[in-house]
Every structure is written in C-alpha cells, then in structure tokens.
Design a protein around this ligand. Structure first.
Ligand SMILES: NC(=O)c1ccc[n+]([C@@H]2O[C@H](COP(=O)([O-])OP(=O)(O)OC[C@H]3O[C@@H](n4cnc5c(N)ncnc54)[C@H](O)[C@@H]3O)[C@@H](O)[C@H]2O)c1
Ligand SMILES: Nc1ncnc2c1ncn2[C@@H]1O[C@H](COP(=O)(O)OP(=O)(O)OP(=O)(O)O)[C@@H](O)[C@H]1O
Length: 527
C-alpha cells in the first residue's frame, strides 16, 4: 500500500466518530477528500475488503452531506424570495402611509402624465418601489404605480419624478365563449369542490389597466436590417406614441452615431441598473430571432415584463410578429388586450463538491429553453446520476442530458429526440443526448419536481453545463446541478393565441409532418 493511501485510510478512521453517531463535518470533508484520492488510485492487488466497504460507506456519507447542502441552498433561495416580498410590502406600506399624509401631492404627481425624458440618458440608480396591491390581488399578476425615490448621487437625476409602470391584469380567456370573453381573474383552488373547470391551459389575456409608458428594445447585434428597423421604430415610438425608450448601451451608441436627435433614448450603466429594469419597463420589444428572445429573458433574473418579439431571424419559433407590420402590431399591443403565453423558466443551481461543508451555491441561472449537461471535449461517456425529488431516476451514460422547458422542447431537446410540447404545458423535459442504451426514452416530468444531476466520484471525466446554449460551467466529479421551475415565467405576446402561434411555428418553422397528400386515384377499400 502506498503511503498516501495509508494516510487516507488513517485519516478517515479518525474523522468518523461512529461511537455516538455524531459526524464531525470538518473531519468528514477531509475524509471525503481522502476517500476520493484513494478511489482515484489504481486498485492494489489484495486490497482489504474492509477498505472497499469503508470507501462505499464514505461515498454514502458524502452524498448525504451534499443533499443537506442542497436543501440548505433551496431554503436560502426561498428565504431570499420571502425577504424580497417582505421588503416590497414594507415599501408599499411606507408609501401608502406617506400618501395618506399628503394626498394632494401625489394626486398632482399622478396627473402630471408621462415622465420627462430629456435629462435621462442614463437610467438613474434610484430605488424603485412597487406601490401595487400585492402581486396576486387582481389575477395571476398585477402591477400598479411605481414611484422612484430620490437620488443624491447623480446630479442629472430629476428629483421627485414619478416613474409609473403601467398596471395590467391577466385573466384566463375562454375561446368560443361570448360576452367579452374575459373570464375569471384568478384560479382558485379554495372552493371546497374540486373541479377542473379552470384549466391552466386556457389562453391567458393581458388587459392594460393604465397605459404603457416605457418600452425596452433589445436587438440582435451586427445586423444591418435590425439596425435600420430599430432606429425607425425608436423614432416612431417617440414621435407617435410619446413613450420612454430604453435601449442597450451598444444600440444607443449606434443611434447617436446616426443622429444626435436620438439623445432621448435611455440606457443603463451597470448590472445593478439592469436588475432594476423590470420595475420601469412596461413592454420589452425584441428585434431578431429566438436567440434575441433568450437574450431578453436572460436580462431579467426575476419578474419579466411582457415581451413582444419581431421576427428578424431564420426560424423565429418564439418571434410571432412580422417586422413589416410593426406599427399596426404595436398599436394593438399598446392598446391591449393581448393574448399571452406564459413561458416557464428553469432555475438552475450549480452545487460544488466543496459546498458540502460550506453550504454555499453559486448564483442561480434562469433558462427559458434548457440546461444541457454534456461531456464537452471529453472523449468519455458522461456518467450522470439523476434524481427527481430525491428518487433515483437513472444514470445517463452517453453524450449528456437536456433538462428542458416546454418552450425549449422545440429546440435542442427536439434534436435529441424529445417530444414537442405546447409551451403552456407546465412540465420539465428529461431528454438524453445519444444515450448508449437501447431503452432510454425521454421523459416529461411535472412542473413541481426538483431534479438533481450529479457527477459521481467514479466518473472518468468532467461534465459541462450550458444554459440556453451559453455560459458553459464545468462540473467536476462530486459537483451537482439542481434544477426546478422558476417562479418568474416569461410572458410573450401572441400573434393570435398560444395554440395558434405554436401550430403555426411547428408548421412554418419546422415543416412538421409535411407530406404530399396521397391521391384519391388508386385502390380503395371494397364496401
Ligand atoms: N442540435 C441542436 O438542435 C442544438 C444544438 C445547440 C443549441 N441548440 C439550441 O440553440 C439554443 C440557443 O439559441 P441561439 O439562437 O442562441 O443559438 P443559435 O444561433 O445557434 O441558434 C440555434 C437555433 O435554434 C433555434 N431555437 C432557439 N430556441 C428555440 C425554440 N425554443 N424553439 C425552436 N427553435 C429554437 C433558433 O431559432 C436557431 O435557429 C439553445 O437553447 C439550444 O436549444 C440546438
Ligand atoms: N441583444 C443582444 N446582445 C448580445 N447578443 C445577442 C443579443 N440578441 C441576440 N444575441 C445573440 O445573437 C445570436 C443570434 O441571435 P438570434 O438567434 O436572434 O438571430 P439568428 O441566429 O439570426 O436567428 P435564428 O435564431 O432565428 O436563426 C444568439 O446567440 C443570441 O444569443
């Protein structure tokens, strides 16, 4: 036995306090490392059976500790979300209190109309608070007036400015029913009788309760046609609709290079300002292909304003609007109501092996299409242990695994043999990539599960996770990726409704089931 192996087994023995059943986590950390080192060494002839048993036990302990770390990570995420809600609520109460004490001032502010644009080339760092009546009061989601606080740092900021986010209401829309077709405001499961009358797959409709005032335009880079359309659209939105317009810093530079008259276009300076965009922007417009929609979604790490996507790409699965008709389309969107597809996103946490003791995860990443765990440049099969709510699912040995949303079901997952699923279906697709097995079929799991993909210690190589095709992260042996449905979907505006748009996309974009119709001419069933 080599000296290192001897040391490892010795330290393992010391670290386990088996007598009273209490595990010293720090010692375990070293123990686990030692076991890994031990396992990485070539097997020695006649290795003691007890040592093998012992290393198996160590693996089990390591797994248990990792699960505890993951549980903690989720608890932290949940606590952060509750804290955020609490702070919103507190800010709202403070504001209401303030309102009560000086009603005229606010009525005056409210009536003063749109925001002055001139001084706002850069988005201010102001804290924006939601004075709405709580997220769930009016429906699935409802926004109310937003008010900017004061900034004492930036002299270009106009003080006491009211930044109002347009308020809207989402409701189920039952196709074929008369009246004004806008039915129940909110799904309720608290009526005593269980019915399935209000199915989640019904069309969702967005009705503005106050006029949208601010749009964010995101564009595909390096495209002449996109650049031309963007400057035309920015001008039209300003001159005809008198809207506040945000663009990316790159786009603002391009606009100003074209004409200094675009100085009204606002932008942001840093990530903090990007993180506040959702509190200011009423509608997001994308000019590009599906990649631009993914880009838009990735800018919002929390709630996402309604997204209206103009098609200037090759496929355009999620871009239903034709850019030639942008005026009519925007007229109708700004007037409302709009049919909406609520596209679910997945929230992914990478949990490092070292997090076992540190109880830490990296910042979570939200994906609109999918997270892929593949073998990267490694020539070995992936070896991915998969768990669903802690139940073992399977071990993926092949090129990798795709965990996809239903929106992403028509992207990479489709290419790997997964089903195409209507984007309004709340589920998570579990699609292997080139599995080296004859019996591995893709799965679709319910929306509420938590999936964990673990690179086992005996894996020959690392795995790589990529998020909507971007941000590759290496997963070494012992690392895990934990994934569940995010609470912030991406509301995308439909051209007709979510089913019609989906069908049109699979027919026009993918030529689904295209076949020449068989002629009547020929043999027939005899009667
Ligand atoms: N073998 C494959 O099919 C494959 C391989 C890698 C990545 N992708 C997909 O590309 C996406 C990234 O897109 P990108 O535009 O940044 O990269 P990209 O420029 O390489 O485009 C990928 C293609 O996928 C299409 N696409 C993207 N999302 C789609 C969706 N939800 N439904 C139908 N088609 C969709 C795009 O229109 C584009 O034609 C990834 O999320 C992944 O789904 C697919
Ligand atoms: N605003 C943006 N900033 C940076 N990158 C972007 C932006 N919008 C899109 N991209 C990236 O540019 C790439 C191409 O974008 P997009 O998919 O929209 O165009 P396309 O490839 O021409 O269209 P299609 O996907 O329909 O073939 C994508 O990888 C996307 O992530």
């Amino acid at each position: 036995m080599s000296p290192s192996k001897f040391d490892a087994s010795a330290s393992n023995g010391n670290g386990l306090q088996q007598e009273n059943g209490v595990l010293d986590s720090l010692s375990l950390f070293h123990t686990e490392k030692a076991v890994q080192e031990l396992l990485q060494q070539a097997p020695v002839q006649g290795l003691d059976d007890h040592l093998i048993e012992f290393s198996e036990a160590m693996r089990t302990v390591a797994k248990a500790l990792r699960r505890a770390a993951e549980g903690k990570a989720f608890a932290q995420a949940e606590a952060a979300e509750w804290k955020r809600r609490y702070e919103l609520e507190r800010a709202r109460n403070l504001q209401l209190k303030h309102k009560d004490s000086s009603p005229e001032e606010h009525v005056g502010d409210f009536d003063s109309g749109r925001i002055g644009n001139s001084a706002h080339q850069q988005m201010s760092n102001q804290e924006t608070v939601n004075s709405g009546k709580g997220n769930m009061e009016h429906g699935i989601c409802s926004h109310d007036v937003l008010q900017d606080g004061e900034s004492d740092s930036d002299p270009s900021v106009v003080y006491n400015r009211i930044m109002r986010k347009a308020s809207f209401k989402l409701s189920w829309w039952c196709k074929g029913e008369d009246s004004d077709q806008h039915k129940h405001d909110i799904v309720s499961f608290e009526r005593g009788n269980i019915t399935t009358a209000e199915r989640s797959s019904k069309q969702i409709s967005l009705k503005w309760e106050s006029c949208p005032q601010t749009v964010l335009i995101l564009t595909k880079p390096n495209s002449v046609s996109v650049r031309i359309l963007c400057s035309e659209m920015v001008r039209w939105l300003k001159e005809q609709k008198n809207l506040n317009i945000y663009v990316e810093p790159r786009v603002r530079v391009e606009l100003l290079a074209e004409s200094s008259s675009f100085s009204f276009a606002q932008t942001w300076k840093d990530d903090t300002e990007i993180s506040l965009l959702h509190t200011k922007v009423d509608v997001v417009l994308t000019l590009g292909g599906d990649g631009t929609v993914l880009w838009a979604a990735s800018m919002f790490k929390g709630p996402v304003p309604p997204v209206v996507s103009f098609s200037l790409g090759s496929l355009g699965f999620m871009t239903p609007f034709h850019s030639e008709h942008y005026r009519e389309c925007l007229d109708s969107v700004l007037r409302g109501p709009i049919s909406i597809t609520l596209r679910h996103r997945l929230q992914c946490h990478v949990i490092r092996e070292s997090a076992t003791n540190e109880y830490q995860t990296e910042e979570s990443i939200l994906v609109l299409n999918e997270v892929t765990i593949d073998r990267g440049i490694s020539s070995f099969l992936t070896n991915l242990e998969c768990y669903c709510d802690n139940s073992f699912v399977t071990c993926v040995q092949g090129d990798g695994l795709i965990l996809s949303t239903t929106s992403g079901s028509t992207a990479y997952s489709l290419a790997a043999g997964g089903s195409m699923v209507h984007p309004q279906v709340p589920g998570i697709l579990f699609t292997p990539i080139c599995p080296h097995s004859l019996s591995f079929r893709p799965l679709i799991l319910p929306e509420h599960v938590t999936l964990r993909v673990q690179v086992p210690f005996n894996s020959r190589g690392s795995a790589w996770a990529s998020f909507d095709g971007k941000d590759r992260k290496q997963l070494a042996a012992g690392d895990a990726l934990v994934c569940s449905m995010a609470p912030w979907p991406v509301p995308t505006a439909c051209q007709v409704d979510s089913t019609d748009d989906f069908m049109r996309s699979i027919h026009e974009g993918l030529h689904w089931n295209l076949r020449k119709t068989q002629s009547f001419d020929g043999p027939r069933d005899s009667v």
